[in-house]
Design a protein. Structure first.
Length: 80
């Protein structure tokens, strides 16, 4: 059995509807709540000054919650 990577897990979280956007605006960035496999809900976010962060125990900006958030977030200017 192969271990599910953080990337695969993040994709699965999206498919399973585990990610909810709580707040989004250009000034303060994006805050999302992501329900993990242990049923706990973590706060994953991107802020203009601080970049990516998540309050899960992984203490990494590469965790599955942030993988999921990155997949639905465009950082930078969008052509209009
Ligand atoms: Zn996380």
């Amino acid at each position: 059995m192969t271990r599910e990577s953080a990337h695969d897990k993040g994709r699965r979280y999206l498919v399973e509807g585990r990610l909810t956007i709580r707040q989004f605006n250009r000034q303060h960035g994006v805050i999302a709540m992501v329900r993990g496999d242990n049923a706990l809900v973590y706060r994953a976010e991107w802020q203009p000054d601080l970049g990516w962060s998540c309050n899960c125990p992984a203490r990494s900006d590469q965790c599955a919650h942030l993988v999921a958030l990155r997949l639905i977030t465009v950082v930078g200017e969008v052509a209009s």
